[in-house]
Structures are given as C-alpha cells and as structure tokens.
Ligand binder design. Structure first.
Ligand code: HEC
Length: 161
C-alpha cells in the first residue's frame, strides 16, 4: 500500500511538471569526453579486433595467427560489441558534435562492428580479417571530418567545408 501511494505521488509530480519542462531522463553522465572514450575504450576495443587475425612473412617463414580458444574468440566479440555500443555513447547529448553526420557516422561504426560481431560468433577468422578494414574505414570517415589534425581536434566541419 505504501509503495502504491508512493507511485501515485510520483505520477502526480510527473504530471504536474508536464508542460513546464521535458521530464528528465536517466541521470546519464557524459563528463568523460569523446577523446577519453576514443583513447580508453574505442581504440583498445578495435585492437582486439584488428590484432586477432594476421599473417607475417619474414626470413623464418610465414607465421599466421587467429583466435583458437573460446576465450580468444570472446576477446574478439568483446572488441566488436564494445565498438558497437560506444556508438550509442557517442550519440548522447553532450558528446554528439551535431545531429547529422555525427549520428550517421556513429551508426555506420555500430553497423560495421555488429557485422564483425556476427563473424566472431561464427568464428570465421578470414571474415574477421576482412571486416577489420570495414570497421577501420568507419573510424577514418569520422576522423576525416571531426578530427582534422591535432590543432583542430574535435572541430566540427560543416558538410562541404
Ligand atoms: C562519430 C565520430 C567518430 C568515430 C566513428 C570514431 N572516432 Fe575516434 N575520434 C573522434 C574525434 C572527434 C576525436 C578527437 C577527440 C578529441 O581529442 O577531442 C577522435 C579521436 C580518436 C583517437 C585519439 C584519442 C586521443 O585523444 O588520444 C583515437 C585513438 C581514436 N579516435 C580511435 C578511433 C577508432 C579506433 C575508431 C573506430 C573503431 C574511431 N575512433 C571512431 C571521432 C570519432
């Protein structure tokens, strides 16, 4: 009964605040900036994907590596899933640099990462290798527009600029 009363009061408060301002959403924290997310989350996650499969040819011959154990495949899935979910973090108010291309490019990164995630689930090492480039291209596309060079880091460039 107590809970019920609480809910009624809460509902009344929400109704009362309607019309004056939009109801507040969850208390998301966005004080960790885009650069911090890139350096500490997106980039290490991408390395899990990019370093998972490879071949080196040198004087000792050809060395090929790819995930073999379930734990190693989990690292690839972790990388792909982290990249995909970081796209949501990048699209949040307080981080998104605009509501147009920034959103599109974040979504493109998420889409590419989820295709890689599916390949990791299927444990298809060749496909993971190929998809690494697809993911890389989505990073690069956004950096080309919004991370022009060190002096201009984070500068939003208008379309056609
Ligand atoms: C939606 C746009 C966007 C996408 C997609 C994106 N980045 Fe970034 N990235 C940025 C911006 C903007 C900066 C500059 C941030 C700053 O320093 O303020 C940046 C900076 C970086 C940095 C430098 C961080 C630092 O300051 O040390 C790294 C590393 C990086 N990104 C890696 C990646 C990788 C890897 C991907 C793809 C898996 C990726 N980014 C995808 C926008 C993006």
């Amino acid at each position: 009964m107590r809970t019920r009363m609480g809910l009624v009061v809460a509902a009344a408060l929400v109704t009362a605040s309607c019309g004056t301002e939009a109801p507040a959403g969850p208390p998301f924290r966005t004080d960790t900036g885009v650069g911090m997310l890139m350096a500490n989350m997106v980039d290490p996650a991408a390395d899990l994907l990019w370093d998972a499969v490879g071949t080196v040819i040198d004087e000792t011959g050809e060395t090929h590596w790819q995930p073999e154990t379930e734990e190693e495949w989990l690292q690839v899935r972790l990388g792909a899933m982290t990249i995909a979910e970081t796209a949501n973090l990048l699209m949040m108010d307080g981080r998104a640099l605009d509501q147009g291309q920034w959103i599109e490019m974040s979504e493109a990164m998420a889409d590419a990462a989820m295709v890689a995630f599916a390949a990791a689930e299927a444990e298809d090492a060749d496909l993971i290798f190929d998809l690494g480039e697809t993911v890389y291209n989505t990073c690069n596309a956004c950096h080309g527009l919004y991370w022009v060079d060190d002096a201009d880091r984070g500068r939003a460039v208008a379309p056609g600029d």
